[in-house]
Write a protein that binds this ligand. Structure first.
Ligand code: DQA
Length: 143
């Protein structure tokens, strides 16, 4: 079972960006956490990060016919991108949304999630653990 994990803009700055919100662990730490979690669950995982909306759309399209599910933290594009929503709908793979922080307790503009409208489930405000929970969820749904 193959899972694509997609991370959007500024998540490569984890450890540096707003540590009071996102913590001190780095993007490399996150990637290692995802890979270890996938191994524990017996999943093959592809991990991708980009700061560019079109690259995220391309990667979602790439997953069609190659991957069994998508875990996505679109970061700021969550709240703006109809293109990412449409890409997720186009490939129609089981998808789970993740946010490190509790977006519902933050500014009002973070309360809307376009990508979330094409996801079966959202794990919000659980930090890194959200990615593990999302992979677990997809494993159960796909099996
Ligand atoms: C985020 C929340 C978004 O609102 C923000 O733009 C991010 C990260 C999160 O993981 O908590 O960049 O997706």
């Amino acid at each position: 079972m193959k899972i694509l994990v997609i991370n959007g803009p500024n998540l490569n700055m984890l450890g540096i960006r707003e540590p009071d919100i996102y913590g001190r662990q780095t993007y490399s730490d996150l990637e290692a956490y995802i890979r270890a979690g996938a191994e524990k669950l017996g999943l093959e995982v592809e991990v991708f990060q980009s700061n560019h909306e079109g690259d995220l759309v391309d990667k979602i399209q790439w997953a069609y016919g190659r991957m069994d599910g998508i875990v996505i933290n679109p970061a700021a594009y969550t709240h703006t991108s109809v293109a990412i929503l449409d890409a997720l709908k186009a490939v129609a793979l089981p998808a789970a949304e993740v946010h490190l922080s509790d977006v519902n307790q933050r500014e009002a503009f973070r309360h809307i999630s376009y990508a979330g409208m094409a996801c079966q489930v959202s794990f919000i405000g659980l930090g890194f653990e959200g990615y593990l929970r999302a992979m677990e969820y997809l494993k159960n749904v796909i099996q």
